[in-house]
Design a protein around this ligand. Structure first.
Ligand SMILES: NC(=O)c1ccc[n+]([C@@H]2O[C@H](COP(=O)([O-])OP(=O)(O)OC[C@H]3O[C@@H](n4cnc5c(N)ncnc54)[C@H](OP(=O)(O)O)[C@@H]3O)[C@@H](O)[C@H]2O)c1
Length: 263
């Protein structure tokens, strides 16, 4: 049987590691890209900083020295920042977009042409419900994930005739180190009368009682086993209901609810 190849970015921990393990169990040869690695010898680790284009180019060249084609790319590497827009340092919001958006684009670009040449492939972007439910004090994160959704949809149309499919997997709360790794700006909380800290800690509590990374990985594995990818997938039944609500509610009504909960 021909070995299928999957590449997972941000595979060293959390959701990326769980997806990489799942795909390995599902029979893929898996390349895990991250700045660090995990003790899981079934995965071929490649040190890669997605914000550095040379590093991304070198990583994909290294992969292509070992396999003929890339069947699957899961673009998962990401981080989050929080704080009021007006007080967030430029370096922090630039970093947010460099990792979540430009890093994703760099990886997608490396895989897209190779998938086209080899007759097709599947690209999954790990996105967030924040793309459609923009949380206050996480504006930059929400904007980065909304960018991914739009990018994935447009890329999917561009490459459909070449057999390259794209999908954004939108997650709600998942219990990982993402919460601890968040870069937080508390500056201005006095001006906002404590609303920044209250909003971010409420959201962090729900993150830490969220679903497991393994549950996300199972869903991604099941998606990839399907003949065709849906353009969007929301993980978890209650989250799918939120997605339905998003489609039914007028935007102002949805923003009013978000403001009540997180404003
Ligand atoms: N956890 C949640 O509640 C949640 C909800 C919605 C969406 N998501 C999304 O799910 C994805 C994974 O998050 P997670 O919860 O698993 O977070 P995590 O545990 O913090 O893992 C983040 C992963 O991204 C990698 N990464 C970060 N910066 C990188 C860079 N510059 N170059 C290469 N790799 C980089 C990290 O690896 P190294 O540090 O080793 O480089 C790590 O493997 C993210 O895109 C996140 O936005 C998470």
């Amino acid at each position: 049987m021909i070995e299928k190849c999957a590449v997972v970015t941000g595979a060293s921990k959390g959701i990326g590691l769980a997806i990489a393990k799942q795909l390995s169990v599902d029979g893929y040869r898996v390349f895990g890209l991250a700045r660090s690695s995990a003790a899981f010898p079934e995965i071929d680790w490649i040190c890669c900083d997605v914000t550095n284009r040379d590093s991304v180019v070198a990583a994909f060249e290294m992969i292509m020295e070992q396999v003929d084609r890339i069947d699957i790319l899961v673009i998962n590497a990401g981080m989050g920042i929080s704080g009021a827009v007006e007080f967030t340092p430029e370096a922090d919001y630039r970093r947010q977009f460099e990792v979540n958006v430009l890093g994703a684009i760099a990886c997608a670009q490396q895989a897209a042409g190779r998938m086209r040449e080899s007759g097709g492939g599947k690209i999954i972007f790990i996105s967030s419900l924040a793309a459609i439910f923009p949380l206050p004090f996480q504006s930059f994160y929400a904007a980065s994930k909304a960018s991914l959704n739009a990018f994935s949809d447009a890329l999917g149309i561009e490459m459909k005739s070449f057999g390259v499919e794209t999908c954004t997997v939108m997650l709600n709360d998942v219990k990982t180190e993402f919460t601890d790794n968040r870069v937080k700006t508390a500056m201005g909380d006095d001006v906002y009368q404590g609303r920044i800290a209250a909003s971010v800690s409420k959201m962090e509590r729900s993150e830490q009682s969220g679903m497991s990374a393994e549950q996300v990985a199972e869903t991604v594995g099941a998606l990839l086993a399907r003949r065709r990818l849906p353009a969007h997938k929301i993980v978890g039944i209650s989250n799918e209901l939120l997605g339905l609500l998003y489609r039914l509610l007028p935007t102002n009504c949805m923003l009013w609810i978000l403001a009540k909960i997180y404003g």
